[in-house]
Design a protein around this ligand. Structure first.
Ligand code: SAM
Length: 207
């Protein structure tokens, strides 16, 4: 089951309206870096940022010596902002324009990162399709880091309904093969000054 029809143009449009209107905008991916680091992810590891869009994470990883960085997003416009910011270094990142729900990974990654994407999957079939991609793109020992709206977070984002999670609920969604190895909470402040509580979870894939 693909993302809803028109997902790419919906997200392209959201990005084209500019940084100040993007509730998920952040200058520094501090929580992402902290969660990846505390789960033992190092610069030697291959990382994929799923639904990374215009996120500064790819740049922050290059700055820290990561050499195998992939960004996947259904929105070309979102990734174009990140590429522009990186300038010539954009060539050091693999950019995949794809719907994660139908994507067939051609390789495995040591670390899977998702900030504010999984929580849009409100239909069980969408979550199953996402978890199929996660399973195919990771092997034993891989780390998955998620930042999703917390139970007291918004009920909608960008006009779309969202699911809200505790760390244990996120772990439950991923299933018994994934073990919770880190968790945190963040009060993200949007460019409009609205506080959005996030749940962060790091999980490790068992043998
Ligand atoms: C709220 S934004 C978060 C962007 C980024 N992770 C960040 O933290 O800045 C959600 C992102 O998920 C992407 N997205 C939504 N549905 C997707 C799908 N089915 N496959 C791939 N990307 C998707 C959107 O294009 C957008 O870039």
């Amino acid at each position: 089951m693909a993302a809803e029809p028109g997902a790419a143009s919906r997200w392209d449009g959201a990005y084209a309206r500019g940084e100040a209107t993007r509730s998920w905008f952040e200058q520094e991916p501090a929580m992402s870096l902290r969660m990846l680091g505390s789960a033992g992810v190092t610069a030697a590891d291959a990382v994929i940022d799923v639904g990374g869009g215009a996120s500064p994470l790819a740049q922050a990883l290059l700055d820290r010596g990561f050499s195998d960085v992939t960004v996947l997003d259904v929105s070309e416009t979102g990734m174009q902002y990140a590429r522009q910011r990186l300038g010539p270094r954009a060539g050091q990142v693999r950019w995949l324009a794809a719907d994660v729900l139908t994507w067939q990974p051609g390789r495995r990654y040591r670390a899977w990162h998702d900030r504010a994407v999984f929580h849009f999957l409100t239909a069980p079939q969408q979550r199953r399709d996402y978890l199929r991609a996660l399973g195919a793109a990771t092997g034993p020992g891989a780390v998955a880091v998620f930042g999703c709206f917390a139970p007291d977070g918004p009920e909608q984002c960008s006009g779309l309904p969202v699911a809200r999670y505790t760390p244990d609920q996120l772990a439950g969604e991923l299933g018994g093969q994934w073990c919770l190895v880190g968790q945190d909470r963040q009060e993200h402040v949007t460019p409009a000054g609205i506080v959005q509580p996030f749940t962060w979870a790091a999980l490790r894939k068992q043998d």
